[in-house]
Write a protein that binds this ligand. Structure first.
Ligand SMILES: Cc1ncc(COP(=O)(O)O)c(C=O)c1O
Length: 413
């Protein structure tokens, strides 16, 4: 097989459109010449230089370019090896900062019932995606602490009302029921990824979460592993809502873009100095293979690609894509379409996911399936997340194939 841009070229001659950017990571497409040039240049110089021994310039350049790309110029940055390890590092850093700032008892990390934060024992235990951690005994007594603000998963008792910013008050309840002085941080995905399928929070929700955490001395960590670096149409998903900036922000998929296994934890300048306070514990924030010069070079190539995009045209393409996908909700088999930018969840009527995936694949397109958490209503569907630099024509091919597949499925029912 070979691949270029959003296309996978199979050995048998078939061509498949990569409608989910691999595992929602190949954001700048396959076989990027900009990434290849950066990697080739770095490879001809040296591949490895541990940060503890030397300070490779390419790593410094990556930190600086990354901070500029997401508009957090003065942040301090750790560069671990994956999304999961970045979440783990963020948890360690947040607990350390919270203890220095707010006292030794600050330790809890609170997460939402509809969340995924990685596949280590700790991140699986913390998150709400029970499909990936089915056994309660594997939770180490941890687990999600508050409902996610999304109508099908969040019940409001007898009140039949939609979710709105006031759903954030349940985060306050979760903090207060544990005593605020024992909570280090709230960890959440600003826009839901693959657990529920691209749910978008109500306007004002993230700001309210930030406010009520600040009032209680609790840090906010945004897991933007999937959404970061333009996936939702802005550098960070939180940029869609004013005053929603987190204290710590985690990136990964869109940074390595399938070319390098990296993560990044950005820590705001207001709290980062506490990590050097005399009461702070020492923390090894990077591993052996974290942002090696070769990987850092690949990331710089990814940022070169992202910065070469015409932002207005890119955003307009995302909006057209969303509008065309939302038209599908007129079909009986499509229950809902939600999302932003180049990230959409297409929720289907129960039982249709796998037959529809088969129809779609026959038409030369691949999407990433989701099966929800099963609480209280099981949701199933797939995530539409094409490479950000796909052309209008390519996106047109993808949506036409999807629409045609829905037609075929409904005809055969
Ligand atoms: C929101 C979120 N956080 C963390 C992770 C874990 O990242 P990785 O698979 O790179 O370890 C993922 C992966 O899908 C994710 O979607």
């Amino acid at each position: 097989m070979t691949a270029s841009g959003p296309w996978l070229h199979c050995a048998d001659g078939r061509r498949i459109f990569d409608g989910s950017s691999g595992l929602l990571c190949v954001n700048v497409g396959h076989n990027s010449s900009k990434v290849a040039a950066r990697v080739a240049e770095q490879l001809s110089r040296f591949a490895f230089g541990g940060a503890a021994v030397v300070r490779p310039r390419v790593q410094m350049e990556l930190v600086e370019r990354l901070c500029r790309a997401v508009g957090r110029l003065d942040d301090h940055v750790a560069l671990p090896t994956s999304g999961t390890s970045a979440v783990e590092i963020a948890v360690c850093l947040a607990r350390n900062i919270a203890r220095v700032r707010g006292g030794e008892r600050r330790r809890h990390i609170l997460t939402s019932a509809l969340s995924y934060h990685g596949n280590s024992a700790l991140t699986l235990a913390l998150a709400g995606n029970h499909a990936r951690r089915p056994r309660p005994e594997d939770a180490f007594g941890l687990g999600p602490a508050f409902p996610a603000p999304y109508p099908p998963t969040h019940e409001h008792g007898r009140a039949k009302r939609a979710c709105d910013a006031s759903c954030a008050d349940e985060v306050a309840v979760a903090i207060d029921s544990r005593e605020a002085e024992t909570v280090a941080a709230v960890l959440l995905e600003p826009v839901n990824g693959t657990t529920g399928g691209a749910f978008v929070p109500p306007d004002g929700y993230l700001r309210r979460v930030s406010e009520l955490c600040r009032e209680r001395g609790v840090l906010v960590i945004h897991d933007e592993v999937l959404t970061g670096l333009w996936r939702t149409g802005t550098p960070l998903a939180s940029n869609h809502w004013p005053d929603s900036d987190p204290d710590l922000c985690i990136l990964s998929k869109g940074l390595g873009a399938g070319y390098a296994s990296v993560g990044a934890v950005l820590v705001s300048p207001e709290i980062a100095p506490l990590l050097r306070h005399e009461d702070a514990d020492p923390l090894p924030a990077m591993g052996t293979m974290a942002a090696t010069p070769l990987q850092a070079a690949a990331c710089l190539g990814v940022l070169d690609e992202l910065e070469s995009m015409d932002v207005d045209a890119f955003r307009a393409r995302g909006e057209r894509l969303g509008a065309r996908l939302r038209d599908l909700t007129e079909r009986p088999s499509v229950r809902d379409v939600r999302g932003l930018g180049h990230l959409y969840g297409v929720e289907l009527a129960p039982g249709l996911l796998w037959p529809l995936m088969e129809e779609i694949q026959k038409r030369g397109v691949f999407f990433y399936p989701f099966t929800g958490t099963g609480h209280p209503r099981r949701s199933e569907g797939f995530v539409v997340a094409p490479p950000l630099n796909s052309t209008d024509e390519e996106l047109g091919f993808m949506v036409a194939a999807l629409s045609d597949a829905v037609d075929a499925l409904e005809r055969n029912q």
